[in-house]
Design a protein around this ligand. Structure first.
Ligand SMILES: Nc1ncnc2c1ncn2[C@@H]1O[C@H](COP(=O)(O)OP(=O)(O)OP(=O)(O)O)[C@@H](O)[C@H]1O
Length: 229
């Protein structure tokens, strides 16, 4: 569903990603792990077309998206939940989700979204800024799903969220994957969440992939070693 080849990204003269190669299958959840500053956010932003790719390519469902603008990537099936969630604080919950509908041509929030996140239905007339961190994270995921994506990117979704909500988030992400068959890429520093949610664990270290193992055979101590400072 997502294929990344020889993928390089730089800020000006400073290269941050030095040639990544990986694929994500339909219905697969991949966790990209790594300490602060290793390039996880840069990868997400470049896949979304916010930061340009300097070499290499990204394909979604067989279509090269490397030269496309962000809104074109959304219509090709990439959705993004940025670090810090970035919901619109003065807009209501419903209005926040509706901003994701522009690509689908629909004006009504699909019922399936509120089924996944019942708390958002209860709060649909509240302002986004009045929600808790966990509820805002659910809202950001709901908004991304409203674009009906094939590939969902989540940048450090557990940041600032309490443990019980983190476990619930893992459950919902797996349910979304099972029901919609989409591919999910989640950048993470919390190993327990990655082990809970992912089918495969990649580790990014100084802009290179240094580890790529299925969840079932992952060496937890080795991955933890990459994450310790
Ligand atoms: N706008 C920018 N201009 C120049 N360098 C940048 C810019 N944004 C990030 N960097 C650098 O790129 C490198 C990777 O940063 P990035 O934010 O992708 O890491 P990360 O793994 O997502 O870390 P974090 O967990 O802190 O978000 C860092 O060295 C950072 O200083």
């Amino acid at each position: 569903m997502l294929q990344i080849d020889h993928y390089h990204v730089a800020y000006g003269q400073s290269e941050v990603l030095h040639g990544l190669d990986f694929t994500v299958a339909p219905g697969e959840i991949v966790a990209i792990m790594g300490r602060n500053g290793m390039g996880k956010t840069t990868l997400m932003k470049s896949l979304m077309g916010i930061v340009p790719t300097s070499q290499g390519s990204a394909q979604v469902d067989g279509i090269d998206v490397t030269a496309l603008k962000s809104f074109e990537r959304v219509s090709r099936g990439i959705a993004y939940v940025p670090q810090g969630r970035m919901i619109f604080p003065t807009m209501t919950v419903q209005e926040n989700i509706e901003t994701g509908l522009t690509t689908s041509g629909s004006t009504k929030v699909p019922d399936g979204i509120y089924e996944l996140f019942p708390v958002l239905l209860d709060m649909k007339s509240r302002r986004g800024g009045n929600l808790s961190g966990g509820q805002q994270q659910q809202l950001a995921i709901a908004r991304a799903l409203a674009t009906n994506p094939k590939v969902l990117l989540l940048d450090e979704p557990t940041e600032g969220i309490q443990p019980s909500i983190i476990r619930e988030m893992a459950r919902v992400l797996k349910r979304i994957r099972d029901e919609r068959g989409l591919s999910i890429i989640v950048s993470e520093q919390v190993l327990s969440f990655a082990l809970d949610v992912a089918d495969r664990i990649l580790v990014l270290e100084n802009g290179r992939l240094v580890h790529d193992e299925p969840r079932s055979s992952v060496d937890e101590a080795k991955v933890a070693g990459f994450l310790s400072v």
